[in-house]
Design a protein around this ligand. Structure first.
Ligand SMILES: [Ca+2]
Ligand SMILES: [Ca+2]
Ligand SMILES: [Ca+2]
Length: 312
């Protein structure tokens, strides 16, 4: 009895100190992040002045034990290279500057581009990589592209294992994201009955609080295309995963202004026809190692075979 009481006291102490957790749906292991001194400053893309924030390499637990079936099994992922991700969703002004068009619903240059399909989002990245828009100081083996689903979730969670990157309390969601709040005029059954986030359609990017890694609107506003083919998760540790080898539907992440908070969860994922667009489909980009070949072909070598070099 005395031993049990002693163990309970030790456990309680550890719990209070944050060394152990309980009852958290996405728990099991605290993400680890490794420092890399060469990749620790924000970057600005010339021409469009888009800001990308630095993300350290590290590890995290991907998926959720209590979410939808396609979020399981929860599995450990190593992101082996530092990279940069858009501080904001790609805005209509930025999209127009590169693509000479703005297909968006709810036009406003400061709002995220919407109504873009996966191919258009990929083309945006390809144009950034072209000579016309090439930045001079891009590390070798790095390209502008859509994030992998793993990179996206790593950045969204930002070291947290809760349902949202600010915790599990959906009653404060309006501070962090544009979602289907009480002001939405569509009278949707999942509309929040009390919270008002101030926007009944799209919100200008950066209108809400960022996560602890300085990334805005990664919950809500527009869904964000990822590069991956949608596929089922598998067990076991994975290094730089980039989706199913074969497939057609592509991954969308983060929920939108049209969805309830639960649809904007860190681990929530959807597989969508890449040729489809909608009033809440947008994207953000990364400057990261080129995994394009390893994602879609069995034959190519892994970028981790040759560590990217910074050539600034
Ligand atoms: Ca809203
Ligand atoms: Ca978003
Ligand atoms: Ca889902």
């Amino acid at each position: 009895m005395r031993q049990i009481t002693f163990n309970f006291l030790i456990y309680t102490l550890l719990l209070l100190c944050g060394f152990v957790t309980w009852g958290n749906p996405r728990e099991t292991q605290t993400p680890t992040v490794r420092a890399d001194p060469h990749f620790n400053t924000p970057r600005i893309i010339p021409k469009i002045k888009m800001t990308l924030v630095p993300i350290k390499s590290g590890s995290f637990m991907m998926g959720s034990t209590t979410g939808e079936k396609d979020e399981q099994p929860i599995h450990k992922v190593h992101i082996t290279h530092p990279f940069w991700i858009g501080k904001y969703e790609v805005s209509q002004k930025e999209y127009d500057a590169i693509m000479d068009m703005n297909p968006s619903f709810n036009r406003n240059p400061k709002k995220p581009v919407s109504n873009v399909n996966w191919f258009q989002a990929v083309e945006f990245c390809n144009r950034l990589n072209s000579k016309k828009f090439a930045a001079k100081k891009v590390p070798s083996l790095y390209i502008y592209r859509l994030p992998t689903e793993a990179e996206w979730e790593y950045c969204c969670g930002a070291g947290t294992m809760s349902e949202f990157n600010f915790g599990n309390d959906t009653s404060i969601f309006h501070k962090y994201a544009n979602f289907c709040d009480v002001s939405n005029t569509n009278k949707l059954p999942w509309q929040d009955k009390t919270q008002n986030d101030g926007f009944n359609k799209l919100a200008p990017v950066g209108s809400f609080l960022p996560n602890s890694w300085g990334i805005y609107d990664i919950h809500g506003n527009v869904w964000e295309w990822c590069i991956d083919n949608f596929g089922q998760y598998t067990r076991g540790v994975q290094e730089n995963p980039c989706g199913a080898k074969n497939g057609y539907t592509k991954v969308l992440r983060g929920g939108s202004w049209y969805h309830a908070a639960i649809g904007c969860r860190t681990a929530n994922r959807d597989g969508i026809d890449p040729s489809s667009n909608d009033k809440d489909f947008g994207f953000r980009i990364v400057l990261a190692p080129d995994y394009t070949n390893t994602c879609f072909s069995e034959q190519s070598s892994s970028p981790s075979d040759s560590r990217p070099q910074l050539i600034e």
